[in-house]
Design a protein around this ligand. Structure first.
Ligand SMILES: Nc1ncnc2c1ncn2[C@@H]1O[C@H](COP(=O)(O)OP(=O)(O)O)[C@@H](O)[C@H]1O
Ligand SMILES: [Mg+2]
Length: 172
């Protein structure tokens, strides 16, 4: 086993996945890639569709500024600004999650720790990162930040299990 990839959303269970990945990387003298995927939908994106003059996907009239104002939005510009701010916040959080996980791995003596911050559908991006890193094993938590207790497996761990081109370990 040469390279282990661990996916973390910053949740407690993904922390257990990280601990397991560190333990295995140590035992196999493997390299470690830590991945976090930002799955934030830009808040202004849907609104911008309705504000635009062309509305191919709807029969609604364009949203007038007065209506935006009554919802506390000062202008179309602020809709755009909201998007770039939400992206920046997501990046900040992703960077913090990754820096924290990297520091934990390095403190445990793992050499050659890489981090990947991606954006989009988490499972799809994790599967792509497994391929790009050429990982032999991908480690995920059984559940993450979602908190739908009736599910035994979260949807991300489930999709990674089905689609990753590597061995998959789901940490309980
Ligand atoms: N955005 C993400 N970035 C990286 N890893 C993730 C992300 N979301 C989930 N994971 C991985 O998948 C595991 C299971 O999470 P998930 O399937 O989303 O369950 P839940 O529905 O409880 O959030 C997490 O412990 C983590 O290892
Ligand atoms: Mg989740």
């Amino acid at each position: 086993m040469k390279r282990i990839l661990v996916a973390t959303d910053g949740s407690v269970l993904s922390g257990k996945a990280l601990a397991k990945a560190i333990e295995l990387a140590r035992q196999f003298d493997a390299r470690l890639t830590i991945v976090n995927v930002m799955d934030v939908v830009p808040v202004g994106q849907s609104l911008r569709r309705f504000v635009a003059a062309e509305l191919p996907a709807t029969t609604l009239q364009p949203v007038p500024l007065s209506l935006l104002n009554s919802y506390g939005i000062s202008s179309v510009d602020s809709v755009e600004a909201l998007d770039s701010q939400s992206r920046a916040v997501a990046q900040l959080v992703s960077d913090r999650i990754l820096a924290n996980a990297q520091a934990t791995a390095e403190a445990a003596g793992i050499k050659g720790v890489d981090t990947v911050s991606a954006a989009g559908d988490p499972a799809r991006e994790i599967v792509a990162a497994v391929k790009a890193a050429g990982a032999d094993l991908v480690v995920v938590g059984r559940r993450g930040l979602g908190g739908l207790n009736e599910l035994v497996l979260g949807s991300v761990s489930q999709k990674v299990l089905h689609h990753a081109a590597a061995d998959v370990m789901v940490v309980a």
